[in-house]
Ligand binder design. Structure first.
Ligand code: NAD
Ligand code: TYD
Length: 355
């Protein structure tokens, strides 16, 4: 598949910015349109290195604004949508479920309806793609140590975040089954890497270790997550977009499970080493705190299908991926300070309002 105009929603966020960079670099003859509302999690500084490229365009908009989505799809003659825009943090979803339903469910529906309305009028509309980026959290929680989520696992979300993502995935599938909208879905495990908002475990803890602040481990730290480097995820997204079979979903994960407490110890050792401290000297920062409500015990992905059918496999091994990530955060304290102070929001609001 070759696309002329790819719309990436949520391109100023963590995964979206890595995807936009990959697409802008790899497809110089394709226009990459980054649509983002710039919530607290959206940060155009993540894309400073490519913002002047001829095939990159930024549009500030809200996916929930149906009229704006219609206009944008027409004006830019969009032939593929990679939909990442979402509220993404489980802890926030427990506090603010309405916001999650609004953005993740209603926003996805608004985009689906706009795509259907605009594309259906075109002769070649089966060559378009609506690609929903989803999470393994829609499958719920594994209670044993061996089983894995596959593409046919049942959806059993537990948190307001995963319930909203699951609902959005169901709408995407419904648009395929009802209106023949050419859709793709992928469900990925936990991502790590540069530019992740420091509310998520890995960047939050690296920053805290640096500043000798406590590390709040939920419950006993026995929950298990399957970690994948964000660059491996966006390489998979590129493959699914260009080679995936319409109507199918693909699981993406690195067969890389870690118990939270073991990961935290690994992070402390790595961060201490890179800061020139004695390895492990910050172990006493670990503080066990009250567990997250409804905390899923274990996520683990079987990514055999995407490997066999599309030839994807992760490039990063975990120790080198983690070391690269810790180094990046330690070298980008200014980025961390900006996103935690909110200063970048004011800066870019001004810049775009003045254009
Ligand atoms: P993120 O929170 O870093 O970024 C989300 C982006 O969406 C931000 O730039 C934000 O400004 C934008 N956004 C939010 N609401 C919007 C709206 N109404 N209109 C337009 N833009 C809006 O999230 P992320 O971690 O990069 O996740 C991106 C996607 O990937 C999400 O859909 C998430 O569910 C999915 N996902 C994430 C992970 C992970 O580990 N982070 C794993 C699997 C799937
Ligand atoms: P997180 O990065 O929020 O991702 P998700 O909830 O989507 O898996 O959390 C990863 C794991 O780390 C999860 O089991 C919750 C746990 N956690 C803590 O123990 N302490 C923290 O401060 C955070 C943010 C997460």
């Amino acid at each position: 598949m070759i696309f002329k105009n790819i719309l990436v929603t949520g391109g100023a966020g963590f995964i979206g910015s890595h995807l936009v960079r990959l697409l802008v670099d790899k497809y110089p003859d394709t226009r990459i349109i980054n649509l983002d509302k710039l919530t607290y999690a959206g940060n155009l500084a993540n894309l400073r290195d490519i913002e002047d490229r001829a095939n990159y365009h930024f549009v500030k908009a809200d996916i929930c604004d149906y009229e704006a989505m219609l206009k944008l799809l027409k004006d830019y003659e969009v032939d593929a949508i990679v939909h990442l825009a979402a509220e993404s943090h489980v802890d926030r979803s427990i506090e603010e479920p309405f916001v999650f339903a609004q953005t993740n469910v209603m926003g996805t529906l608004s985009l689906l309806e706009a795509a259907k309305t605009v594309w259906q009028k075109e002769d070649n509309w089966q060559s378009k793609r609506f690609y929903q980026i989803s999470t393994d959290e829609v499958y719920g929680s594994l209670q044993d140590n061996d089983s894995l989520f596959s593409e046919i696992s049942k959806y059993e979300p537990h948190s307001p975040y995963s319930a909203a993502k699951a609902s959005a995935d169901h709408f995407v599938r419904a648009y395929h089954d009802t209106y023949a909208l050419p859709i793709l879905i992928s469900n990925c495990s936990n991502n790590y890497g540069p530019y992740q908002f420091p509310e998520k475990l890995i960047p939050l803890f690296i920053n805290n270790i640096r500043h000798k602040k406590s590390l709040p481990v939920y419950g006993k730290g026995e929950n298990i997550r399957d970690w994948l480097h964000v660059e491996d995820h966006v390489r998979a997204i590129d493959l699914v977009l260009h080679k995936g079979i319409v109507g199918q979903s693909y699981n993406i994960g690195g067969f890389n499970e870690w118990k939270n407490i073991d990961l935290v110890k690994e992070l402390i050792n790595c961060t201490d080493r890179l800061l020139g401290r004695e390895e492990g000297e910050d172990m006493d920062l670990i503080t066990y705190v009250a567990d997250r409500k409804g905390h899923d015990l274990r996520y683990a992905i079987d990514s055999t299908k995407i490997s066999k059918e599309l030839g994807w496999k992760p490039v990063y091994d975990f120790p080198s991926g983690l070391e690269q990530t810790v180094s990046w955060y330690l070298e980008h304290q200014d980025w961390l300070d900006n996103v935690t102070s909110g200063r970048y929001v004011e800066y870019y609001e001004k810049m775009y309002n003045n254009r």
